[in-house]
Design a binder for this molecule. Sequence first.
Ligand code: NAP
Length: 526
Amino acid sequence: MKTLGSYVQGRWHHADSGFSNLVDPSTEEEIARVSSAGVDFAGVLSHARETGGPALRRMTFAERGALLKSMSKTLRAHRDELLELSRQNNGTTTPDGSFDIDGATGTLAYYAALARGLGDRRHLVGDDGVQLAKTDAFWARHVLVPRDGVAVCINAFNFPAWGFAEKAACALLAGVPVVVKPATATALVAHRCVEAVIEAGILPDGALQLICGATGDLLDRLGPQDVLAFTGSADTVLRFKQRRALQEANTRFNVEADSLNAAVLGPDVEADEGSPTFDLFVRDVVREMTQKAGQKCTAVRRILVPAVRAGEVEEALAERLRQVVTGNPADPSVTMGPLATGGQLEDAVAGVAALADSARPVLGGGRCDGAGSPAGKGFFFSPTLLAAEDGHQAGAVHRREVFGPVATILPYDGTAAEAAEVVALGGGTLVTSAYSDDAGWREELLATAGSTTGRLYFGSSGSAPAAPGSGVAMPQSLHGGPGRAGGGEELGGLQGVELYMQRVALQGSREVVDALATGGADGTEG
Ligand code: NAP
């Protein structure tokens, strides 16, 4: 059985105790073991701060972008191997695994291209400046400089490659060294990603370290220049927020947590086969329920439907969901794999039981055997659709994230204002998708629901030919959401890089400030 080490202080560290086992979720066979026992966490931070950080900050954006391009190419060269590891450890089908792995290489490539446009600079210019006196003898302008610390990037189990890449791309481009910690249960893919990047000799020493397993006292050693970029559950966030050391140091803390995303069908969309907007709605909802077996933070959990259409929508979704073949992705007939761990399966079973108090079952509802796997083995969960009587009265549906292929139909009166009220009951989402060809309804939805979500994805007859689905977190757009979703902001082009930088207001004569901001002159007044 493979033993996963941690890459720290410029070498691989192999523990000799404290192992957790990684299993293939389709067969429950043990495939690897992992432990971080014996890692010198203080040494990890010093190595990043004293060796990796200075080396990165000596480079320009263009040079750091070239590193990202090489990382993207390296991971792409290992695509087939990573897909196989993803199948073994995450139970993904090839399309689901490529969603993670191609998402990783695509995000790295996007930031590499963005960096080319930033050229030889070492800081970002935030604005054009503003006059603070009667003349431009006193002027202000904002710039962003790299933080003089470490980016500790902690990722959830469901996106081991993309989670690593989307955080590392932004931090490295900003000039900040990275310590990445994948979720222990699915560390295989992230471990191989880092191993491949290290083997390729792309990054300066100290720019990238990997911790497989527990983080010991690492978080209590973070300081004011460091960034803790976290993706995972709201429960873990709560525990982190109670850590005294993090509070005292005022470490920058970005949170991407869970989310009860909603898909809203507009009242103008007839439930007709052949209506491009209705077809898109059904296609998107089914994909966003079943892709990666519903283990996506952006998955659709709540389906808002005008009450008059609830029956037709239920039928259309159930028909499509019945066509899903759940099982071991090694079997070519399978279209949806298992949940990633036994713990996730238990949580999903308990979650559906909690939802059943507020909604009736339409389809599925629990563990099933998987095609291509021995009976009783594997963490398979059947596509599960529930339906509530009234969107406002759906209790646990607005509180409980069931991290599996599970969603609930919620009838509403068809007005954008009521849709917004029902969506808001989820406490803040990463994405709300809305399907309508009525410009007035869409405007009203933006006005009433915009503040409760990080992203509004509009499906319409115009977008139907190209819309990729609401679950895709594209690097060009913001990823994150208010309230329950964590309140974080990642990606969104340069905004994602700014997380790892410090905004500084420059004040002085316009000549001095502009010279400093644009980096061309030495700032000496003429
Ligand atoms: P989790 O249990 O909160 O774990 C997330 C990460 O935190 C893992 O790497 C875990 O490591 C680590 N962790 C937990 N306790 C820790 C501690 N005391 N010290 C240091 N690290 C600690 O979440 P999960 O089960 O992996 O992921 C599922 C959740 O993530 C869902 O709620 C989902 O919605 C959310 N998610 C959100 C996004 C987003 O972008 N908003 C994306 C993906 C997933 P170990 O595995 O070693 O415990």
